[in-house]
Design a protein around this ligand. Structure first.
Ligand SMILES: [Fe+2]
Length: 282
């Protein structure tokens, strides 16, 4: 399996913008508190960067961000971990959507042609273009949250694979899907999938933890949807407080070696994001 180094979902400007909202501050009040020129902050939010180390440090402190990760992001060198030891094959499916890229994933026993699908990409055509040739059947599909970029290819999956069961968050109104609630554990051949309700980005949002039922060791895999990414978090379109408490809950309960497959950007691990993610400074 090859895991490519895909770009981060968010850069410094996005992180500053989200951090301002979470801190309940305006750019003006941040400038006063952090003693940083207001125009420099506004420029940074517009992706024009001219902030020095001292200014970045003060901004991260006022915004309650992880300073190491925030400064690394500002320097364009946010670290990413090696992804090692997963006891199954993981196929990241990266599909263009607007100006960005949305991820879906297939998880499969490396000796089999059947897998589980997590999210369904932006469009049927996009999903077809990146589909792993080895995977001939889907045992079930899971939707993290009902946004087009994450379920636009679902009709294709249903048509092509003989309507496998689809599981989606409660309240997500995904036609034909079974709503699954927090704490549910579903068993498949070789895998268990634990459902964790993680509202915040949107109200109906699930994350899923996949574990091997046959391997004696190896980390689990968290499909985090748009709750968080390597180096950032999803926009809190539903509720900032709920997003924070969903994050806190996941990071408190999952072991650090857990591999994270987010809805955008590269793979990471729970331990790595605990160490560097600007927003995971609990
Ligand atoms: Fe998304």
């Amino acid at each position: 399996m090859v895991i490519e180094r895909t770009p981060l979902e968010d850069e410094l400007g996005d992180v500053l913008d989200k951090a301002l909202q979470h801190a309940g501050l305006t750019a003006t009040s941040l400038a006063e508190r952090a003693q940083v020129n207001l125009s420099k902050i506004r420029d940074a939010i517009d992706y024009r960067y001219d902030l020095n180390g001292g200014e970045l440090s003060r901004l991260s402190r006022v915004l309650g961000l992880n300073e190491v990760g925030f400064c690394a992001l500002a320097g364009g060198n946010y670290p990413l971990p090696e992804i090692l030891g997963l006891p199954f094959c993981l196929f990241p499916l990266r599909m263009p959507h607007g100006i960005g890229v949305a991820n879906a994933y297939v998880v499969a026993d490396c000796s089999k042609q059947t897998g589980l699908l997590f999210d369904a990409g932006s469009t049927p055509a996009a999903l077809r273009r990146v589909w792993p040739t080895r995977i001939r059947q889907i045992e079930a599909a899971f939707i993290t949250h009902p946004e087009t970029e994450h379920m636009g290819g679902l009709s294709e999956v249903r048509e092509f694979f003989g309507a496998p069961p689809v599981f989606a968050p409660r309240g997500g109104q995904v036609a034909g899907a079974t709503a699954v609630s927090d704490g549910t554990i579903l068993e498949f051949s070789g895998f268990s999938v634990e459902v964790l309700a993680t509202p915040g980005h949107v109200e109906a949002h699930n994350s899923y933890v996949v574990r091997s039922r046959t391997a004696a060791s190896g980390p689990g895999l968290l499909l985090s949807g748009d709750l968080f990414f390597a180096g950032s978090i999803g926009g809190a379109f539903f509720c900032r407080e709920k997003l924070k408490s969903s994050l806190r809950r996941l990071f408190n309960r999952l072991p650090p070696e857990t591999v994270v497959a987010p809805g955008h950007g590269p793979l990471t691990t729970v331990g790595h994001e605990l160490r560097y993610n600007p927003f995971v400074a609990f």
